[in-house]
Design a protein around this ligand. Sequence first.
Ligand SMILES: [Zn+2]
Length: 203
Amino acid sequence: MNFSSRLLENAVNEFSKLPGVGQKTALRLVLHLLNQSSQEVENLSDALTRLKREIRYCKVCGNISDSEVCGVCSANKRDKSLVCIVEDTRDIMAIENTNQYNGVYHVLGGLISPMDGIGPSDLNIERLVERVKTGEIEEVILALSATMEGDTTIFYIFKKLKDLPVKISTIARGIAFGGEIEYADEITLARSIATRVPYGVES
Ligand SMILES: [Zn+2]
């Protein structure tokens, strides 16, 4: 692309680093912003700067939070003996939308993926083992996507937890999730958690 301005080119380059945004889309977004008021553009840039600077991760479950302990972990009415293990905050949003789950969560922050150079130590797994070792947790539900990365991660976590006094289950794997549980509709998702199955009985 030949740009008439270096500033324009810089902005387009930054936008096109975002997932799913090619140069054409980036250009469209940048030209759109250029037509907005200065205040609008400042609001956007402030939101992003504050997001990155001020965001925190719950010290219990690892979910994105505004405080040291997130709303779910600090709620008295949640069942702390039941922990749903998910890849990221999108999965929690999807499960919370079902209004059917009363346990708490543990956010891994990704899946094991040797192809992408992501190993177990890059994920929030040690903290999960520590949580289980406290003895407060009776069951963990592995709610990870039905992909090779999801399966690898499930198997790794199973090996880490299998000798601890905790029940390990997975959400029903036969249900079509479209790969990512965030895309599952609420009824399907709620049902797959309700009908979860014990993991690793045969191995
Ligand atoms: Zn939390």
